[in-house]
Design a protein. Structure first.
Length: 277
């Protein structure tokens, strides 16, 4: 009988340890700059998110010193977000809201330096702009501790973390994106960057330009979705890729570029990037 109890205890302990084993995908995120997306339950949208972040990862590897691993699909109800830095959240009308415990994890993620890009993917629909333009977005984001938001201005750090940008196109363009608003009385006019708890990085960005569709590549490395038409379309896709690079650099470096814009070498490189556009 004693042996049976010992064997049962060993089996139970092994099972308990197995349940506590960390997800290897998330462990990999500790060693790599892993781009993650929220699983919506819509197979087509989820596949596009994965292909989009894989395409963006390839661009980052080719153009920068950042070499992301394979993108990770995240279920906020189940997965630990502690080892992640960036979450792409495509908004669909049908996706269920996360559980209260999931929102606890999401809010901790935001307070700990993580950033969520909400993409309502409705940039082709007139009158849907702004953080309140989608009922699904309001439902999904309401339990999050999101600071006051404002349209990203032309001199925002996001416009110059790697490339000089004037717009943030995806498959669609011309729509504003929203980020944390500086507090009243911020000294932006004096050139002093606003610093929040995330080292100047807005914990949330909201837009509707369908970025994953512009970044998405198939298994042969070819674009999966059309963007615009002809040369102008490919130019827009290139600018979408540049936005993606700027976005990841913004998440990783915070206000570093804002602090260093006085360095002559950096200014020279930025001028070169502007000429190349």
């Amino acid at each position: 009988m004693r042996w049976l109890l010992l064997i049962a205890a060993l089996v139970w302990s092994t099972a308990a340890l197995a349940q506590d084993d960390p997800d290897p995908r998330l462990m990999r995120a500790a060693d790599e700059v892993t781009l993650a997306y929220v699983i919506t339950g819509d197979d087509d949208v989820d596949a596009t998110s994965q292909a989009g972040l894989r395409g963006l990862s390839q661009v980052l590897t080719q153009r920068t010193t950042v070499e992301p691993g394979e993108p990770v699909g995240i279920d906020p109800d189940r997965d630990d977000l502690a080892l992640l830095t960036f979450l792409y959240w495509p908004v669909t009308d049908s996706q269920p809201s996360p559980s209260p415990q999931a929102y606890v994890r999401l809010n901790h993620f935001l307070r700990s330096g993580g950033m969520i890009l909400f993409d309502t993917r409705d940039g082709d629909i007139a009158g849907m702009g702004g953080p309140d333009g989608s009922a699904a977005l309001q439902r999904l984001a309401a339990p999050l501790d999101i600071p006051p938001l404002a349209p990203v201005p032309g001199d925002h750090v996001l416009t110059r973390t790697f490339y000089l940008l004037k717009d943030f196109p995806g498959r669609y363009q011309g729509r504003e994106i929203w980020a944390e608003a500086p507090p009243a009385g911020a000294e932006a006019a004096a050139g002093v960057p606003f610093r929040n708890l995330n080292d100047g990085v807005s914990p949330v960005l909201i837009g509707g330009n369908a970025w994953a569709e512009a970044w998405a590549l198939d298994d042969n490395g070819l674009p999966m979705f059309s963007v615009g038409s002809g040369f102008d379309g490919e130019r827009q896709r290139e600018m979408a890729n540049r936005f993606g690079v700027n976005l990841v650099m913004y998440v990783l470096t915070g206000n570093y570029k804002s602090d260093q814009v006085h360095v002559p070498a950096l200014l020279e490189r930025l001028r070169d990037e502007e000429v190349s556009q």
